[in-house]
Design a protein around this ligand. Structure first.
Ligand code: ADP
Ligand code: ADP
Length: 229
């Protein structure tokens, strides 16, 4: 088991219960998708894995180790994070953007650059594109840069929050295939959040269906969801 949620609850300071007593196991490898309507606690669940959000109750284990016991630098190295609008720095080149994580975790410049170039190549971008600025790339290419940045520190887990929802449908299919290919080739564990049930079924090896109030409705294989009455 890669990631385990043990009775995890998150209440925000304003009293909103975003996640309510969630217990769930994310298997090693493959793509696990959290799906459900807007506001049901998907993003909050994802962000508790890398401690961008701290649980109010319960705990989350990665490889049987409480994430609360992991040093921030180690969490950053071992868990990549991809968001909807890539979140790139506009005044830095693609290469410099992808180097941010390896640099943050203290790798020297040479190592950070090598790791970044490798990650850029992995997502199908060229050295020429690496020297450009984000605005000079298409939306889909920018999202590839976001994925490259998440992969640059050679993580075991990659978290993706609505990674395809800002790009048009044809590009979306390309990116979905790319993520599937990368997951297999690198043997990483991908945890992906989407509100799109079709995407969850086509992309997920395991699907956690959430419902309003931060509850887990069902943990299923895509096949089980398809054959539901
Ligand atoms: P989803 O990703 O499924 O859309 P979220 O995890 O973003 O759900 O949000 C779950 C609930 O928690 C929503 O009601 C949302 O408005 C609320 N919420 C999210 N972030 C915060 C926050 N920082 N402070 C207060 N409420 C929040
Ligand atoms: P996304 O849809 O990309 O997950 P959101 O627009 O839901 O992002 O949230 C953007 C930021 O606002 C996040 O940091 C989230 O935690 C925070 N946030 C979301 N909902 C609320 C809320 N009801 N109250 C306070 N902060 C919130």
């Amino acid at each position: 088991m890669m990631i385990r949620f043990e009775s995890v609850t998150k209440r925000y300071p304003d009293g909103t219960t975003a996640v309510d007593d969630l217990s769930l196991e994310v298997p090693r490898g493959g793509i696990t998708v959290f799906v459900g309507p807007s506001g049901c606690g998907k993003t909050t669940s994802l962000r508790m894995i890398n401690r961008m959000v701290e649980p109010t109750e319960g705990r989350i284990l990665i490889n049987d180790e409480d994430v609360a016991d992991r040093k921030p630098a180690r969490l950053r190295r071992s868990i990549g994070y991809v968001i909807q609008h890539a979140g790139l720095f506009p005044h830095r080149t693609v290469l410099a953007n992808v180097m941010t994580v390896p640099t943050l975790i203290g790798w020297d410049k040479g190592r950070a650059r090598t790791a970044a170039m490798e990650a850029i190549e992995k997502v199908g971008l060229t050295a020429d594109q690496a020297s450009r600025y984000p605005a000079q790339l298409s939306g889909g290419q920018q999202q590839r840069v976001g994925v490259a940045r998440a992969l640059a520190s050679d993580p075991e887990v990659v978290l993706m929050d609505e990674p395809f929802s800002a790009v048009d449908p044809l590009v979306r299919t390309d990116l979905q295939n790319e993520v599937r290919r990368l997951q297999r080739e690198l043997g990483i564990t991908v945890v992906l959040v989407t509100h799109d049930i079709d995407e969850a079924i086509s992309l997920g090896d395991h699907v956690a269906v959430m419902r309003q109030g931060g509850h887990l409705a069902q943990l299923a294989s895509p096949g089980e969801l398809l054959t539901e009455p």
